[in-house]
Write a protein that binds this ligand. Structure first.
Ligand SMILES: [Zn+2]
Length: 114
């Protein structure tokens, strides 16, 4: 799966458009690998990143989105960097893990079957 195939990511109730950009600058004119814009519902990823770095950056921005959706606005950047890098490595080292975690689960209870 290529990043270009990821057009939209749902984070809670909010759909985020995903775009691949030639350049992403912050307000201090520093180059960024990625950025999330909560109000616009947009996640931008730099096209110049190594493909593995792009995966880490996508997960990094999703974590920001999850925290923001939960009302947490004070994001600890080193924690997000550690978790996004660590999880991407764990998923790459354990290819069945993502399939297991995202496989549908029956929501029927024993009472439904009675
Ligand atoms: Zn960040």
């Amino acid at each position: 799966m290529d990043l270009a195939n990821i057009k939209k990511i749902m984070i809670g109730p909010i759909p985020y458009d995903v775009t691949i950009e030639d350049r992403i600058l912050n307000s201090q004119n520093q180059d960024l690998n990625g950025e999330i814009y909560y109000e616009r519902g947009t996640i931008k990823i730099s096209k110049d990143c190594h493909p593995v770095v792009q995966k880490v950056v996508v997960l990094h921005e999703v974590i920001h989105g999850v925290l923001d959706t939960a009302g947490i606005t004070d994001h600890q950047e080193p924690w997000i960097v550690a978790v996004s890098n660590g999880l991407i490595k764990a998923f790459m080292d354990n290819p069945d893990l993502a399939d297991y975690l995202t496989a549908p689960v029956s929501m029927e209870t024993e009472e439904d079957n009675a």
